[in-house]
Write a protein that binds this ligand. Structure first.
Ligand code: GLY
Ligand code: MN
Ligand code: MN
Length: 361
């Protein structure tokens, strides 16, 4: 599918501006999600060099036709040794201060690059790129809405069908089948279907455990739609719950709702986290073992971060999750997660499942 009509030049121009402030004359992009974001190329391997003038995309023969279909305003260079070709281009253009993504490069790749660019100052970029994809444009928001709609519909349909006796793996497989029928390209992360004592593990793997009465089942599910992710968690219950379970669910729901209410443009992300944590109080807060949320987009985890130690500030056009949870080791766990789009004066929920407690007999 061609993506030539997107305005990628705005994104590269924004990056070039950031780099000028640090007197960096070019940047080598290795992270494939950043490459997709900056020029629209969806292949699995390539290197993008952004300097003065037209960016250059270095690819191998597998991707020549695809790159030509997908991108415009970028010079495509087919080569066998991409690092060698990038180095030659940097020398040809006489770039002297060249940035690279610290998080995208293995040590061996860095050494390869360094040995070919001994006369160039290689500059590590971390904070400068962290927020690169954090503000979503209209097109990205439309795709994320579609992804969220698909995963919510798949979860809703499965909640109508699931019965005690299904295994976690069966439920996850049926969810995936449903999501693909609804148009998902793939899943945005391995689905979590954690039942009974397994639900006390925030990132439990799938097992053959059969769901039984008295269980909470944490269903954390997301899909990819044209490259963009969704992420939503519903915790459902089977049969009779204890009062402690019911109260805990209401507490997590309250934390979720208070955090959601606190979301506003211009506030520190850590403030939203503390609103959720405050609901749990001292007694329960130790069972809330992760941050309140995270941004998502081309990746399921990206900036901003909503945690006690986050230095991020929330801005309109950010898309992120609100997902408090309580996990009692050996017993059960609960997580409630929605994905939201922050606007200037409001906040829109992209995920569609109602988070009232659902009990299946
Ligand atoms: N699915 C992982 C998460 O919610 O962050
Ligand atoms: Mn999730
Ligand atoms: Mn999440």
């Amino acid at each position: 599918m061609t993506r030539k009509n997107r305005n990628f030049s705005l994104r590269t121009a924004g990056l070039q501006k950031t780099l000028t402030v640090r007197k960096i004359d070019s940047v080598i992009i290795f992270n494939m999600k950043n490459i997709r974001y900056l020029c629209g190329f969806t292949g699995s391997e390539g290197i993008l060099l952004i300097g003065s003038g037209r960016p250059v995309l270095f690819i191998d023969g597998r991707y020549t036709t695809q790159a030509d279909m997908e991108i415009q305003g970028v010079k495509i260079m087919e080569c066998a040794d991409k690092v060698e070709a990038v180095a030659l281009e940097i020398h040809k253009k006489k770039y002297k201060r060249v940035g690279f993504e610290a998080d995208a490069l293995s040590h061996s790749r860095y050494r390869q690059l360094h040995s070919r660019l001994s006369r160039v100052k290689l500059i590590t970029l971390t904070d400068e790129l962290r927020m690169l994809r954090a503000l979503k444009d209209e097109n990205e928001i439309a795709l994320m809405k579609k992804a969220a709609e698909i995963s919510s519909s798949a979860v809703r349909s499965l909640i109508r069908r699931v019965k005690p006796g299904w295994t976690e793996k069966e439920l996850a497989w049926q969810l995936e089948v449903e999501a693909r029928k609804l148009g998902a390209d793939e899943l945005s992360f391995p689905p979590i279907v954690a039942s009974g004592e397994n639900s006390a593990l925030p990132h439990a793997g799938l097992t053959d455990r059969k769901i039984k009465k008295g269980d909470f089942v944490v269903i954390d599910f997301g899909v990819m739609y044209q490259g963009y992710c969704s992420d939503e968690t519903c915790t459902i219950a089977f049969g009779k719950l204890t009062d402690r379970q019911k109260n805990a669910y209401q507490l997590v729901k309250e934390a979720h709702d208070r955090a959601l209410e606190a979301v506003a443009a211009g506030i520190p992300a850590s403030e939203v986290d503390s609103k959720a944590r405050a609901v749990f109080g001292k007694k329960s807060a130790r069972y809330f073992t992760h941050g309140t949320g995270h941004g998502l987009g081309l990746e399921v985890h990206e900036a901003p971060r909503l945690s006690p130690i986050s230095g991020d500030v929330l801005e309109p056009r950010m898309v992120f999750t609100i997902e408090p949870g309580l996990y009692i080791p050996g017993l059960w766990g609960i997580r409630i997660e929605d994905t939201v789009l922050l606007k200037k004066n409001s906040c829109e929920k992209l995920t569609k499942m109602d988070k009232k407690l659902i009990i299946i007999e």
